[in-house]
Ligand binder design. Structure first.
Ligand SMILES: *[C@@H]1O[C@H](CO)[C@@H](O)[C@H](O)[C@H]1NC(C)=O
Ligand SMILES: *[C@@H]1O[C@H](CO)[C@@H](O)[C@H](O)[C@H]1NC(C)=O
Ligand SMILES: *[C@@H]1O[C@H](CO)[C@@H](O)[C@H](O)[C@H]1NC(C)=O
Ligand SMILES: *[C@@H]1O[C@H](CO)[C@@H](O)[C@H](O)[C@H]1NC(C)=O
Length: 789
């Protein structure tokens, strides 16, 4: 055994509460191993007798963790009392870490640990030991289990799970109010020694906070901590193991502590008097200004309610609290008038809405201020005595009569005089006028209810000092009726009397109308202007009357038309009457009184004609006219049919024919060969611009010899067609059309070939043949082409 081993064992013996294990090696101890080690041996009962026979002299081993020595750490010694020390026994180790972590000297039974062991990794190792006879290889002792327990040393410092804690505590809390608990953990063995016994202390944050050493509870340490002074605190807590003793390991954490607000501050108005101004014209509800009390608290602890508690304008103004800005807005409650009152004084109170009774001792949580409101003068427009005026006036009043007076005054203290005027847009006919000085409205034109019953005017009042400041008022003028219109026949009466009428027979019922509108309704009276032996009128007293015959036997040969004047009058004041004349024709009637014919003279007299008759006559005339027009049109149409010979048509054809002409290059348009050899003309070189009504093949004359004069040839062709019996009446046209190809007579060519007939030299045709052909075709000259020139 080395000196080191001896020292270590000595240390262990001193330190451990257990019996020294070196001693255990040499003393037979019957099962002192704690049950927790889970050995297969039994308890303290009778079986202990068997164990007496056993020769193992060992029990549990203890080993210190974190050994830092250079050599193997000695764990302990296996020893059997069968071992005589002669080397005949061999010790064998198996189990956790046997052979690697733990090695055994097979002769001596000394166990060593080969490397550093960390208890926090594994606290104990379970191993099995065997002792065999080296010679026989038979176990001298039964295999047994034992435990190497690793002893803790303080190799872990306390740690906090959080690096920074945040916590809050209300301001003004009493001393010792718990804020938060912080707990550090230590990985060392808490069941052994003080390695894991943690003590808390405060490194930073005094004197405001303290920490309970055993629990880590942080508490307030200062009374009346005021958030309004300081809100944030940073507290550093240290946790130290070994019960906080020197040499212990330590860890720290930071706790951010916030003081939360309580309502410990009342609202305060910064000024004791506030001045506001408001123009008198401001309508009800206008905001005049605001007052604001400050409160050092925050959130709902700073919420303030404003009210007017006193003053001489309490009924004139309101105050409302604006929640977002915590202001009191003063508004107009009743219309202001500078001329009535110019200064108001209000006492405004601001009070916290959320009060904490704990802080009542600090005083009332409200404040007051005086608000002075000056009303400013505004130049106000005139004010009418009424919001509208209604004047009623009879239509027959004299011109210039005052129909009513409007009144207005200047509400300002200066009381400027007023000028009145009429809005001419409301009186386009200029019927009314107004005295600008006193507002009297009078007529300047006669009134007529029957034209307009209402005149709705607009009167403008303006201050003389400030003409732009105007007010308008509506003036309704109702025109009252006066009986100024006489009644008249309601309609025009077209009346007749039968020749065979008898006395008393009804010939017409008449009624009347009147433009006036009397209050009691209309009442008309009918009478004859003079006594009449032939007709009479009978008033039905319901605003109608009947015209009756007074005798028999009327004769249209004697008198064809009677004129009967009828007087119609109303019964209003003043009575108005008129005379309407009824025209009564005398007509022949059948026995039932149906009109058959009236006098012939009457037919010619427009007055005696019925509209029906007039319409019939008109219709007859129109029909006659239509027939005449139709007849004329038909005649013209028939005359027009053979008009194909008219000059316009021929000219049309010529113009179209000219279109056929080609230019120099147009070699296809005409072949000179046809001139020389008429046999080649059989091709249907028909004009394309007219459709021939009859197609006739040109009869051929024996073709002229090649040297025949072109002129002769053309004449021959022309003659041939002139004498053609099958040609249509407008033969010359068709012939011309065809012949044009061949003829050069009357050509308009620039070669002046067709100007003078007779002395033309056609020799050039031989030299200029192709060109001429084209020109001839272009200008289409021919014998009968005289119409074109
Ligand atoms: C703690 O407080 C410090 C200083 O007041 C600040 O910088 C930090 O951000 C805070 N940390 C947390 C997590 O609130
Ligand atoms: C207003 O003045 C006019 C003329 O100046 C006068 O005729 C009229 O009577 C006055 N009206 C009133 C109501 O005095
Ligand atoms: C004028 O006013 C009266 C009363 O308000 C109304 O009955 C009438 O229709 C108005 N006339 C015109 C032309 O506006
Ligand atoms: C009444 O009729 C007679 C004959 O028909 C005629 O002469 C006379 O003028 C008429 N009287 C009046 C007032 O029309």
């Amino acid at each position: 055994m080395t000196v080191q081993q001896v020292l270590l064992l000595l240390l262990l013996w001193m330190w451990l509460p257990h019996p020294c294990h070196t001693e255990m090696l040499f003393r037979r101890t019957p099962d002192v191993r704690p049950k927790s080690f889970g050995g297969r041996t039994s308890g303290h009962d009778g079986k202990a007798i068997h164990r007496q026979k056993r020769g193992w002299m060992w029990n549990q081993f203890f080993l210190l963790e974190e050994y830092t020595g250079s050599d193997y750490q000695y764990v302990g010694k296996l020893h059997s009392d069968q071992d005589k020390g002669d080397g005949s026994l061999k010790y064998i180790l198996s189990g956790d870490g046997a052979g690697t972590l733990f090695i055994i000297d097979e002769k001596t039974g000394d166990i060593h640990a080969t490397r550093r062991i960390d208890r926090e990794e594994k606290a104990f190792y379970t191993l099995r030991a065997q002792a065999i006879n080296r010679r026989t290889l038979r176990p001298v002792e039964p295999e047994s289990e034992f435990v190497i327990k690793i002893h803790d040393i303080n190799d872990n410092e306390p740690t906090f799970p959080e690096e920074i804690y945040t916590a809050s505590v209300p301001e003004m809390s009493v001393v010792g109010t718990s804020v938060v608990q912080v707990t550090a953990t230590d990985a060392d063995d808490p069941s052994y020694g003080n390695s894991a016994r943690v003590i808390y202390s405060i490194l930073q944050g005094q004197p405001y906070f303290s920490v309970e050493p055993e629990t880590g509870i942080i508490r307030t340490a200062l009374p009346n901590m005021n958030r309004e002074n300081r809100e944030q605190y940073q507290v550093v807590i240290q946790a130290k193991d070994m019960g906080g003793q020197m040499g212990g390991l330590s860890g720290t954490t930071t706790v951010n502590i916030t003081l939360t607000d309580v309502n410990d501050n009342p609202p305060r108005f910064p000024q004791s008097t506030i001045h506001l101004r408001i123009p008198e014209s401001s309508p009800v509800g206008t905001a005049i200004g605001s007052v604001k009390a400050t409160d050092a608290d925050t959130g709902k602890n700073a919420e303030v309610e404003y009210r007017i508690i006193d003053g001489d304008g309490t009924d004139m103004f309101d105050i409302v609290t604006k929640k977002d800005t915590q202001e009191g807005i003063i508004t107009v409650r009743k219309p202001l008038d500078y001329e009535t009152r110019r200064l108001y004084t209000l006492k405004v109170e601001a009070e916290n809405t959320h009060v904490d009774p704990r802080f009542y001792y600090l005083g009332p949580f409200k404040d007051t201020t005086i608000v002075k409101i000056s009303v400013d003068d505004v130049d106000e427009p005139p004010v009418f005595s009424r919001s509208s005026y209604l004047f009623e006036v009879h239509e027959d009043i004299e011109l210039g009569t005052i129909i009513g007076t409007v009144m207005a005054r200047d509400p300002d203290s200066a009381s400027s005089p007023i000028r009145f005027s009429l809005d001419r847009h409301t009186d386009l006919d200029r019927i009314f006028n107004i005295h600008s000085g006193n507002g009297s409205i009078y007529t300047s034109k006669p009134l007529d209810r029957e034209i307009s019953q209402w005149h709705n005017l607009s009167v403008i009042a303006a201050e003389i000092n400030n003409p732009k400041d105007t007010t308008r008022v509506p003036v309704y003028v109702r025109i009252l009726d006066v009986n100024d219109n006489a009644p008249q026949f309601a309609v025009f009466y077209d009346t007749f009397v039968c020749e065979n009428a008898r006395a008393g027979q009804l010939i017409q019922t008449i009624s009347a109308v009147d433009k006036d509108d009397p209050l009691g309704g209309q009442k008309f009276f009918f009478s004859l202007a003079a006594v009449n032996p032939n007709f009479t009128v009978q008033d039905n007293e319901d605003n109608t009357a009947r015209i009756l015959t007074r005798r028999n036997g009327f004769s249209r040969h004697e008198i064809s038309t009677y004129l009967l004047p009828v007087v119609i009058s109303d019964n209003d004041y003043p009575i108005q009457s008129s005379t309407g004349t009824l025209t009564i024709r005398v007509c022949a009637c059948d026995s039932r009184g149906n009109m058959q014919s009236c006098s012939a003279e009457a037919l010619l007299l427009p007055a005696g004609l019925s509209t029906g008759a007039l319409v019939a006559i008109l219709l007859c005339i129109i029909i006659l006219l239509v027939i005449v027009v139709l007849f004329a049109a038909l005649k013209r149409q028939r005359k027009k049919e053979p008009l194909i010979l008219s000059k316009e048509d021929i000219r049309d054809n010529i113009v179209s024919y000219n279109d056929e002409g080609g230019g120099e290059e147009d070699t296809q348009a005409f072949d000179i060969g046809t001139l020389r050899n008429p046999a080649a003309i059989e091709d249907k070189k028909l004009r394309r611009d007219i459709i021939p009504e009859t197609f006739f093949v040109p009869r051929r004359t024996p073709s002229a010899p090649d040297n025949t004069d072109v002129r002769d040839f053309i004449n021959q062709r022309l003659k041939e067609h002139d004498t053609d019996p099958s040609a249509p009446p407008y033969d010359s046209l068709a012939t011309y059309a065809y012949e044009g190809n061949d003829s050069i007579a009357e050509s308009l060519s620039s070669l002046e070939s067709g100007t003078t007939e007779g002395d033309q030299n056609y020799d050039y045709l031989r030299e200029w043949g192709p060109r001429f052909n084209k020109l001839a075709e272009m200008y289409g000259g021919g014998e009968s082409d005289k119409d074109t020139s």
